[in-house]
Design a protein. Structure first.
Lengths: 276, 256
């Protein structure tokens, strides 16, 4: 276990798989990312936690080039995402698999076509596509829904199909936006197992957003706390969970009292960074 | 002063929207000629824009032709020129009424649904998901819709021309007793394929481009959930229809 965690750190010295450099992003004057920087090594699993509305999803969308930062740069395998052409960016995105909070399934297609979508775009033979779609739906425990439309599924089922679509083409880099929110405890663990599996099998680099601390501990090599547009604390899971940093402690214990405020603003008198 | 400020803001907003639409047109053209070409999707959209619009275009042009005949027979009777009714109906339909009315009807029918579809795909992150899967939404969503509109509009207009002329014939001959042979002879006597029919079709193709592009841009840039989708749909139909009428004037000036 320890050896696995050491490996990414060693590789990080050469070329991190994902790197964000001083990202700034505002929407209508509201600052969401405020000079955020971080790296994810090849094959590492990073979990990002933080109160709702602190820009975790916005951060993921920057990593895959869905949003352009106001300033700052994002590097994927050393390539600056916004310094390459549209076409190269699209090619780069094919190395990613991303699951969205509400599934974001294409509602003009049935479940089968949704999961098959990335496979078809990569031009695989029909038989292989069929087998892979079945396999992916089995992984998320959803057999016999192939013909259903997304509107016929429950929220949790849609999320799982979205997850299956994200992993279908066995990408190098996986971004999961709250993959287990709203799922029952058993299914949460199933998803965690799949994430671990993907990493072992494909040596995928994984960034997961979650609020579920047991999941974070299970799947993460490193946990980062995002707050006030920056990563204010990051550490391996055990260290993170036992940290005495007031912000981390407040988040891990789920307390309303502390330096983190629900508005996502850092209380001026007790900036968490000072405690970190 | 407030009044002038309001005018200034409106002008700026309109110019900004024009900018958006033209910018997107450049990107759409760029993506049209890059592989992969999604031919099945193009055919699906052609059915949606063209085939499914046949009934509404049929009824619109039929009644327009009938009303035209009714009005002109009554009017022309005042100076004994009933025999010219055929050419008035044929010329006004092919040159003007059929392309413009078809475009307005299809904007309402298809433009609204394009804007609503793309808008709800935007607010439910489906467009983000497409992009995340390495598929360019402009190429995958907009190109087939816009290409289908440009191809199908002229065909709808040709059908509309025929139906309208037939409607005029029915009213003039069967209802008002105009001589059928003279009516038909007169209809086609002054009708030139190049000047009248083809220029009507060119107009229709341009209208197809205009309404579909505006609808796609409106849908693509939707923000603000279900309410935003409603707003985009309304604006797609309003700006689409107004732009069609606006373009009609300049095209007529240019083509005739």
């Amino acid at each position: 276990m320890e050896a696995r965690r050491d490996e990414p750190v060693r590789q990080a010295e050469s070329e991190p798989k994902l790197r964000a450099e001083d990202l700034h992003k505002s929407f209508d004057g509201r600052v969401v990312l405020d000079g955020l920087s971080f790296e994810v090594a090849d094959g590492e699993s990073l979990v990002i936690v933080g109160p709702s509305g602190t820009g975790k999803s916005v951060l993921l969308k920057h990593l895959i080039g869905l949003l352009k930062p106001d300033s700052g740069r994002v590097f994927v395998e050393g390539k600056d995402v916004w310094a390459i052409s549209d076409r190269e960016r699209n090619e780069l995105r094919k190395e990613f698999g991303m699951s969205f909070q509400e599934g974001a399934l294409f509602d003009s297609m049935n479940v089968y076509d949704n999961v098959a979508f990335p496979l078809r775009r990569s031009g695989r033979p029909t038989r292989e596509i069929r087998d892979r779609v079945r396999e992916c739906l089995d992984i998320v425990h959803l057999p016999n829904v192939e013909e259903k439309r997304p509107s016929e599924l429950s929220g949790g089922m849609r999320r799982r199909v979205g997850f299956a679509r994200a992993i279908a083409h066995e990408p190098d880099i996986l971004l999961f936006d709250e993959p287990n929110t709203g799922l029952d405890p058993i299914m949460t663990d199933v998803i965690d197992e799949v994430i671990l599996n993907m990493r072992e099998k494909l040596n995928a680099t994984i960034v997961t957003i979650t609020h579920h601390m047991p999941s974070a501990r299970k799947i993460g090599d490193r946990i980062a706390l995002l707050y006030g547009g920056k990563i204010i604390f990051q550490a391996p899971p055990d260290e993170f969970l036992s940290s005495q940093d007031p912000s981390v402690k407040q988040f891990v214990q789920g307390s309303a009292e502390g330096p983190l405020t629900p508005e996502g603003q850092v209380a001026p008198s007790k900036r968490p960074s000072e405690g970190a | 002063m407030k009044f002038f400020e309001a005018i200034g803001r409106t002008v700026l907003r309109v110019l900004e929207e024009f900018g958006h639409v033209f910018q997107m047109m450049g990107r759409v053209i760029g993506w049209t000629f890059r592989p992969p070409y999604d031919v099945p999707e193009l055919f699906r959209q052609m059915v949606r824009v063209g085939v499914d619009s046949v009934p509404v275009v049929f009824l619109t042009t039929l009644f327009t032709g009938m009303v035209m005949a009714l009005q002109t027979v009554n009017g022309f009777a005042r100076f004994h020129a009933e025999s010219l009714v055929g050419s008035v109906v044929a010329l006004s339909l092919t040159r003007e009424l059929s392309p413009v009315l078809c475009a307005l009807m299809v904007t309402g029918r298809v433009g609204s649904s394009m804007a609503a579809e793309l808008g709800s795909m935007r607010v439910t992150e489906q467009i983000d998901a497409l992009t995340a899967l390495g598929t360019e939404p402009i190429q995958y969503l907009m190109v087939p819709r816009i290409a289908a509109s440009i191809v199908m509009m002229p065909l709808l207009v040709i059908m509309g021309d025929a139906v309208g002329i037939w409607g005029g014939y029915l009213v003039a001959v069967k209802l008002l007793g105009v001589n059928p042979v003279r009516y038909l002879e007169n209809s086609f006597q002054f009708l030139h394929i190049g000047d009248d029919i083809v220029s009507g079709m060119i107009k229709a193709a341009v209208f197809g481009l205009i309404f579909s592009l505006i609808a796609c841009v409106r849908g693509y840039y939707t923000t603000g959930g279900a309410e935003g989708v409603g707003r985009s749909t309304t604006r797609a139909v309003v700006s689409g229809s107004l732009s069609v009428l606006f373009a009609d004037f300049f095209l007529t000036k240019l083509l005739f």
